[in-house]
Design a protein around this ligand. Structure first.
Ligand SMILES: [Zn+2]
Length: 264
């Protein structure tokens, strides 16, 4: 059973659930249904709104709904919610990679990257630069709030550009690029395969600062970056991809990852 008001994202295999009050409706009929709901259930493949939950009772969005909502997938989601914290099995990735003609183990070996498990529950960590809800793993969310407040106290504004992103989200990037005529190997030159991004863990954040475009190398020249270099370690955050990193991944001064061991 999902009870309000809990600011969590329940990350199911087929569907996810988020607090209805944090999300906008597309159209009037949806708005009425959302306004009286505790939870919004979405299809993880495309973010499509599937149903709302109110006092534990489900109401599907039936109008023009294709494919038809799946009661079994909703039951599975409620089961995951009741089971509490933990990680989703990496076997969830197999169908996604198979769709791209890739094998999980073979890709792991070839890329030198490990599959990254997604948490079953994520914590609301405020809003990002675009006013979207920001979701992070529990400890990373706490650390991010503390770090952001400490930076603010030093006159430095840190913006979240992006936090948790699912393997399904990454798969969406691949589907869009394939539809534009690129091949899987073209896309792998610039994007990590679904299931292999640090953002899946809910520990990684892309950080920006007002007035600067997101995810550009020139972020390294900002006061925000200087502050992060001096202080982020104290909050458990480290830069994953410095210049000349051992993964051979391009320099990403904006990408920081929280880890339990990093705290000094
Ligand atoms: Zn990133």
């Amino acid at each position: 059973m999902l009870t309000p008001p809990e600011y969590r994202l329940i990350n199911g295999r087929v569907y996810d659930a988020v607090p209805a009050c944090l999300y906008r409706a597309h159209g009037n009929a949806q708005a009425r249904q959302l306004a009286s709901a505790d939870w919004l259930v979405r299809d993880r493949r495309d973010g499509r709104y599937v149903a709302t939950l109110h006092h534990g009772r489900a109401r599907f969005f039936l109008r023009n709904s294709r494919p038809r909502p799946r009661a079994d997938a909703l039951d599975e989601l409620l089961f995951d919610a009741a089971a509490g914290s933990g990680l989703r099995p990496v076997s969830d990735l197999e169908p996604l990679l198979a769709e791209l003609g890739l094998d999980v183990l073979e890709y792991a070996e070839r890329s030198g990257l490990a599959p990254v498990a997604e948490p079953v529950q994520l914590e609301y960590a405020g809003r990002d630069r675009y006013r979207r809800p920001l979701w992070l793993d529990y400890d990373a969310a706490k650390a991010w709030r503390r770090m952001r407040a400490a930076a603010g106290g030093d006159g430095v504004i840190l913006d979240a550009i992006s936090g948790f992103r699912s393997a399904h989200y990454q798969m969406g990037i691949f589907r869009r690029k394939l539809a534009r005529g690129l091949t899987v190997s073209d896309i792998l030159q610039v994007n990590t395969a679904p299931g292999f991004s640090e953002h899946h863990s809910g520990h990684a954040l892309d950080i920006g600062t007002p007035g600067e475009p997101p995810a550009e190398e020139r972020f390294e020249a900002t006061a925000a970056f200087a502050w992060l270099q001096a202080r982020a370690g104290a909050f458990g955050f480290g830069m994953s991809y410095p210049r000349g990193n051992r993964h051979g991944i391009a320099y990403e001064p904006w990408h920081w990852c929280w880890s339990e061991d990093a705290q000094s």
